[in-house]
Design a protein around this ligand. Structure first.
Ligand SMILES: NC(=O)c1ccc[n+]([C@@H]2O[C@H](COP(=O)([O-])OP(=O)(O)OC[C@H]3O[C@@H](n4cnc5c(N)ncnc54)[C@H](OP(=O)(O)O)[C@@H]3O)[C@@H](O)[C@H]2O)c1
Length: 486
């Protein structure tokens, strides 16, 4: 375990949604588990002309709402005593002097967490630079989405790298802090059983599904300009794909892991206007029922542009052109207002060339490994075995080896708790490098342009369904079907 060091932890946008929902509760949890140094300060930055007491009330309220447990008063007092506040509009770089005065002037680590819209990141960098608080010991944390295409990403990135080195930049994709994603590395590279049974010699296909019950939850303006491809595929699903497909890294150091992940993104077969219709299905939800409750359609919900063609669902076939994965399709699927909230990876193993048991079992069977990201984080392996008893000679039954990562009442670590701790320790392996992001935009841009060129429109699907029927055809035409969630 790394030694905890003191730091100045600055939250730009402390009264914003992300801060209330994730950052503040995670910091409280780290306090409770003694993972914050006694001399660490938290500095909340906001634009509103708030007094200290308004901020404290807001922090208390957000903990009451978003903590998974009741506030412990002793921990609360220690936690809140760390806080200082600074009202400043980041577009006025002169104001950053105010912030400088609050910071510890010794040469200790300062963490600048930008919990603000990405349009403000370059102003924050300019302000920190102008006030000379972008010291070598400082770190900058930025949230997705970074850019809306390769060009805008390059612009933001260039700005950040003008004031910080890559080793100081922490680009968050919170999926990388999820226990099951971290476990993927452990699972793949600590078990010889999996290490040697991974790749096109044994795997038939892979499915990655991230299914949401919620709609756009008030993020109308952001989402309507973004859509599901950029909101989910460009980041979370590509990250999962590259961890599943990457070769074994030399060690667990940041650069070794990143190097192997980038190789996968670089090997993705291009999807553009030439092949977009055979590779991708887009959808948009309409009125329907989720868990028995009526929910409005996307166009009624957004009330902005009744002609909006923004996709709320996407499924696609992705191919990796390298020796290890050639011929193994990766099917990716993600959508809003679907029947159930769940995320899973399903690895289908190839059928045996000969079925010795066919006299007793007519059905064709494929071994499956299901890695559940949520709910019930864990792994399920589906195997065949002989039905016990004298009567049954070689009649087979399907058995599920199922294990959860958590025991019954064990605390489930939130991705942000882990990621914030890693930032405090200065470890970057669970953050996205500038090269990875650049490669992912290089792959996504032709898809977005291809949709525009071919005037591809989303197909309507009922809220509470599994998306448009065409998504089933996409995979059926390859002789496969989506794993049935139960
Ligand atoms: N919310 C989530 O669950 C979530 C999830 C993943 C990623 N993200 C990303 O996280 C970032 C923050 O999202 P959010 O939902 O928390 O946004 P938000 O609720 O809109 O909060 C943004 C905060 O930024 C402050 N702010 C805006 N302009 C400012 C300026 N010029 N100077 C100083 N402060 C300013 C606002 O302060 P005032 O209120 O005082 O104006 C507000 O508190 C975004 O990049 C978003 O894409 C959010």
């Amino acid at each position: 375990m790394e030694k905890i060091k003191p730091c100045d932890f600055i939250i730009f946008g402390v009264k914003g949604d992300l801060s209330k929902r994730k950052i503040l509760p995670s910091l409280y949890y780290l306090e409770k588990t003694n993972n914050i140094h006694n001399n660490t300060c938290v500095i909340g930055v906001g634009r509103s002309k708030w007094h200290k007491i308004d901020y404290i009330n807001m922090i208390r309220k957000s903990l009451v709402t978003f903590l998974k447990e009741k506030i412990n008063e002793k921990i609360w007092l220690k936690f809140i005593s760390r806080f200082k506040f600074c009202n400043l509009d980041v577009y006025y770089s002169d104001n950053f002097i105010k912030l400088k005065k609050i910071l510890d002037q010794k040469n200790r680590v300062s963490i600048n967490y930008c919990a603000m819209p990405s349009s403000t990141f370059s102003a924050i960098c300019d302000g920190l630079g102008k006030a000379k608080i972008n010291k070598k010991t400082s770190r900058i944390v930025i949230e997705k989405p970074l850019g809306t295409n390769l060009e805008s990403y390059n612009y933001i990135n260039k700005k950040i790298l003008k004031y910080f080195n890559e080793s100081q930049v922490y680009r968050i994709d919170h999926y990388l802090g999820k226990e099951t994603i971290l476990n993927l590395l452990a699972f793949r590279f600590s078990n010889s059983f999996f290490l040697n049974n991974w790749g096109n010699h044994i795997i038939d296909s892979v499915q990655i599904t991230v299914s949401e019950e919620v709609g756009i939850e008030g993020r109308i303006e952001y989402f309507d300009k973004t859509g599901q491809i950029k909101d989910m595929i460009q980041n979370h699903l590509l990250q999962i794909l590259s961890i599943i497909a990457m070769e074994s890294p030399k060690n667990l150091n940041t650069n070794s892991i990143r190097e192997k992940k980038i190789k996968i993104v670089r090997s993705l077969r291009k999807i553009d206007y030439n092949n977009i219709n055979e590779k991708i299905v887009l959808g948009q939800y309409t009125f329907g029922k989720i868990n028995g409750i009526n929910v409005p359609g996307y166009l009624d919900e957004i009330n902005l542009d009744k002609n909006s063609n923004t996709e709320t669902f996407v499924s696609l076939r992705v191919d990796i052109d390298n020796l290890n994965w050639a011929g193994v399709p990766f099917y990716l699927r993600s959508g809003k207002r679907l029947k159930k909230k769940f995320s899973e990876i399903v690895i289908y193993f190839k059928n045996l060339p000969i079925n010795l048991f066919k006299e007793f079992n007519k059905k064709n069977f494929q071994n499956k490994l299901i890695i559940r990201l949520q709910p019930n984080e864990g792994v399920e392996m589906q195997i065949l075995n002989k039905l016990p008893g004298l009567k049954n000679k070689y009649e087979l039954q399907l058995t599920k080896l199922d294990f959860n990562f958590y025991r019954n009442n064990e605390y489930k670590t939130d991705a942000y708790e882990l990621l914030i701790l890693e930032i405090m320790h200065g470890i970057q392996s669970h953050f996205v490098s500038c090269e990875e992001l650049e490669e992912s935009w290089k792959w996504i841009d032709p898809i977005i342009n291809g949709c525009k060129i071919t005037k591809k429109k989303p197909i309507l699907y009922k809220s509470g369904s599994w998306g448009p029927e065409e998504s089933n055809f996409l995979i059926k035409k390859d002789g496969r079907e989506w794993n049935k969630y139960n």
